[in-house]
Ligand binder design. Structure first.
Ligand code: F0G
Length: 448
């Protein structure tokens, strides 16, 4: 009985989707220079570009918006925000920021200098760019096996402990901090196990290097720990979350993910000295420390969203529905990164389009094709995003939280099948114009 896992919510307010046709989309794609970031959202049927800030807020969160306290200093919204984050994340100092990358910018400005090395399981693109902006080096340390998209492992987000230990033993003076990204977004939305976090913490203490967690998808990570790590089967999500963060010295967070808010983020630390320096910078770039670039109402929406993201029924629906998309398209032969991630499914474009070489961006070519054939917007995580050194050519189908229903996803499956059957017709791309940093956001491309 009751095998079907339903969306554990009712829809109170809807946002219409305009249905365009292939001819419309052909022109739209041409005008956007084959860059899906340059397309207007009205022209997208199903938007899987990101799960960031695109989730549907709950009625409780909207109620929180109404009670937001917009006082410049000492706002009650900050008090609620601070209390919630301290309770679940356990850090002493909580600094609100307008989104995750603002927390990263402050963290690396304060902690990094030229020539430093910052190891991680995998850095997200903004994290890497913020480290490189300090002229420091961002290093990804996942086990070699994990680079194979078809290799299955329950915790494919884990950092390689041997690689970490050997990097630290040779360079500890140059390493200002270690970062674990949960879940590992660029590595496929894959979880990091509790035992991996614990071991990294031991190593970080041995070398006296602070450990920070990039906490964007902390609740999804906790759910995977509960499901896949035997010792935690009976542990509540809240207790798993508390334990995960107990091993760290601080964290950065984009509340646009597991805060289920449309904007916001924060930076946490246990170090008073660092928190003072970070707050000085915060005032320069974000605002007074009790709002940090956000409105009071946003702080309330985040405080409520963080709790909702840890609800077990919600997480069960969330992780199962993402896996549903992965399972359906894999059954059809579409090569997806295995196992399915928490917030997204990643198609391996190098296997999907073996005839398009790296320099002609197979991931971007596939993403454009999904848009053309079905109005589905996805994102490339490959050579366009990371340059020649990208280990993969992936197309990410990121699922916004509580936003699409199963029939939307069935439509996505149908479009992907069609594109897969017609894959021999897809052509590569080349860049005609690009900016210096984070080129995938604004580069212009043409068909070859
Ligand atoms: N860290 C990770 C792991 C992320 O996935 C993101 C954002 C950030 C940091 C930066 O947070 O956007 O609030 O400044 N990821 C989004 C994505 C953009 O589509 O995966 P932000």
């Amino acid at each position: 009985m009751n095998k079907v896992i339903i969306e554990p919510f009712r829809i109170k307010s809807v946002e219409p989707i305009a249905l365009n046709n292939r001819n419309d989309r052909l022109e739209i794609l041409y005008k956007a220079f084959n860059n899906l970031f340059l397309i207007n959202s009205d022209d997208v049927i199903i938007d899987l570009l990101t799960d960031s800030g695109t989730g549907a807020m709950s009625s409780q969160q909207w109620a929180g918006i109404m009670i937001g306290d917009e006082s410049y200093a000492g706002s009650n919204s900050f008090r609620r925000f601070n209390k919630t984050i301290q309770e679940f994340f356990g850090f002493e100092y909580v600094i609100p920021t307008h989104q995750g990358r603002a927390a990263e910018k402050i963290l690396f400005d304060v902690m990094c200098k030229e020539g430093d090395i910052v190891p991680s399981n995998s850095h997200f693109d903004t994290t890497r760019a913020n480290i490189e902006f300090q002229k420091a080096i961002a290093i990804d340390l996942i086990p070699d096996d994990f680079k194979n998209t078809q290799f299955e492992h329950p915790f494919k987000g884990n950092i390689d402990l041997e690689k970490l230990e050997s990097l630290l033993s040779a360079n500890s003076a140059k390493i200002p901090l270690i970062i674990i990204t949960v879940t590992n977004n660029t590595g496929g939305g894959q979880p990091v196990s509790m035992s991996n976090i614990r071991e990294v913490s031991k190593i970080s203490k041995k070398y006296k290097i602070p450990l920070y967690i990039d906490a964007c998808r902390f609740a999804e990570n906790a759910f995977f720990i509960k499901k896949r790590e035997k010792a935690y089967r009976e542990t509540s999500i809240v207790d798993i979350v508390k334990e995960m963060f107990s091993y760290a010295d601080g964290c950065t967070m984009s509340a646009k993910k597991d805060g289920i808010a449309n904007i916001g983020g924060f930076l946490c630390t246990n170090s008073k000295k660092l928190s003072m320096k970070k707050k000085d910078l915060l005032i320069l770039t974000e605002g007074f420390p009790t709002y940090g670039g956000l409105a009071g109402r946003d702080l309330d929406a985040i405080a409520i969203g963080i709790k909702e993201a840890m609800d077990l029924d919600y997480l069960n629906y969330r992780i199962t529905s993402t896996a549903y998309l992965g399972k359906k398209i894999s059954e059809y032969g579409v090569p997806v990164l295995l196992p399915p991630g928490g917030h997204a499914i990643y198609i391996d474009a190098s296997i999907f389009l073996p005839n398009i070489p790296k320099e002609n961006f197979p991931g971007q070519a596939l993403a454009c094709s999904l848009y053309l054939e079905g109005g589905i917007r996805t994102s490339e995580i490959g050579s366009l995003m990371f340059g020649d050194n990208s280990p993969h050519e992936l197309v990410r189908l990121a699922i916004p939280r509580r936003t699409y229903t199963q029939s939307h996803i069935d439509y996505v499956v149908e479009v992907i099948k069609y594109v897969y059957d017609n894959r021999s017709k897809i052509k590569g791309l080349e860049i005609v114009e690009q900016p210096k940093f984070l080129r995938h956001f604004s580069a212009k491309l043409k068909n070859i």
